[in-house]
Ligand binder design. Structure first.
Ligand code: UDP
Length: 328
């Protein structure tokens, strides 16, 4: 098969590119290199199956069209991501996340190819249920609070994908990713694990935002990527949405301590008020716990990597690449 990966130079996209190449597929990467990087593609840039890397925007129909020669499937991962990114450039991010998805869906429709649309657990907003199933309600703050614009855009992307399936017969599958982490993820856009590990390795204070009681579940990207491929390649799974994540819960304070222990760091753990970290009026999610029963029953999805393995992998990656995590 030949697959188009939008956002293929990003964190998850580059792992997906690598995985598909390993399966013997050909890959076309479309990326605007806003948060993606050449370095993410470097390990396999000479691979004969990597057909083309196209630098451009998913909002530009001609560019997307130019990637489609011989393409049998689309993985639409391109998006403006990271809380710092969204808060720093809210309107542009909203446009990218709305128009980009519509453009890629329109292209999938024109070519009659199946498409996987990457969504996010962020769409559940402030729902603190102990296990968010795909049918769980969305509990969002005001649409005038910039943080929620990412959830708003992604939820509309899902609705668009759903309707392209129902009304136009496009074969679509939607995945909601819960805090996917691992090597190559950058802390620069706000993601907590590369930030904490980077701070620990540099001996800088580990910055826990808010009171640190907020809970997340972190899933290794290597557990996620094969599931994306299985879901898109199995037509029986199309036409619906799947949560993908790990159910191991941890508070952000406990995460900071775990990172200190795992890296043998002498960094202190400090609390930073949300307002200082993100600006006034910021609302966080107190708990975000996935229920992945649907994915487990349909494709046998079972994440295997533990949080300790994740921290070790991120530390090794940051040390190897000498990546600098900006001080908070
Ligand atoms: N966080 C933190 N320190 C940081 C970066 C993030 O305490 O340096 C917190 C953040 O406020 C949130 C959690 O860690 O409560 C997860 O943040 P991330 O941006 O990784 O993911 P999301 O908020 O989308 O779950």
């Amino acid at each position: 098969m030949r697959c188009l990966i939008t956002g293929g130079a990003g964190f998850i996209g580059s792992h997906l590119t690598e995985h598909l190449l390993g399966l013997g597929h050909e890959v076309v990467v479309l990326d605007d290199f806003s948060t993606g990087s050449e370095r993410n593609l470097a390990p396999f840039s000479g691979h004969p199956g990597l057909v083309r890397v196209v630098r451009g925007s998913v909002c530009d129909r001609e560019t997307v069209e130019s990637c489609m020669t011989g393409v049998d499937a689309i993985y639409h991962l391109a998006a403006a991501v990271g809380v710092f990114t969204i808060l720093g450039n809210t309107l542009d991010c909203l446009r990218t996340n709305l128009h980009g998805t519509e453009t890629v869906l329109e292209t999938a429709r024109a070519h009659g190819v199946p498409i996987l649309v990457a969504s996010t657990s962020e769409i559940y907003g402030k729902n603190t249920a102990d296990g968010l199933s795909e049918e769980a309600d969305r509990v969002l703050g005001s649409p005038l609070k910039n943080r929620w614009s990412y959830a708003e855009a992604k939820a509309l992307d899902e609705t668009l994908a759903h309707l392209y399936g129902v009304e136009y017969g496009v074969s679509t599958v939607i995945v909601r990713l819960f805090n996917t982490v691992g090597p190559r993820q950058s802390g620069q856009y706000g993601m907590v694990i590369p930030r904490f590990v980077g701070q620990a390795l540099a001996g800088e204070p580990i910055t826990v935002f808010g009171d640190g009681t907020q809970v997340r579940c972190f899933c290794h990207v290597h557990d996620i990527v094969p599931a994306l491929v299985t879901l898109l390649e199995d037509a029986d799974t199309h036409g619906t949405v799947y949560n993908l994540g790990n159910s191991e819960q941890i508070s952000i304070t406990a995460l900071a301590q775990r990172v200190v222990e795992a890296t043998g760091s002498s960094s202190p753990v400090v609390k930073v008020p949300y307002e200082q970290a993100y600006g006034p009026g910021f609302e966080d999610m107190q708990r975000r716990i996935p229920d992945c029963t649907r994915a487990r029953e349909r494709i046998g999805f079972r994440p295997r990597r533990t949080l300790d393995e994740i921290i070790a992998a991120v530390a090794e990656d940051l040390e190897r690449q000498g990546r600098e995590i900006p001080a908070s």
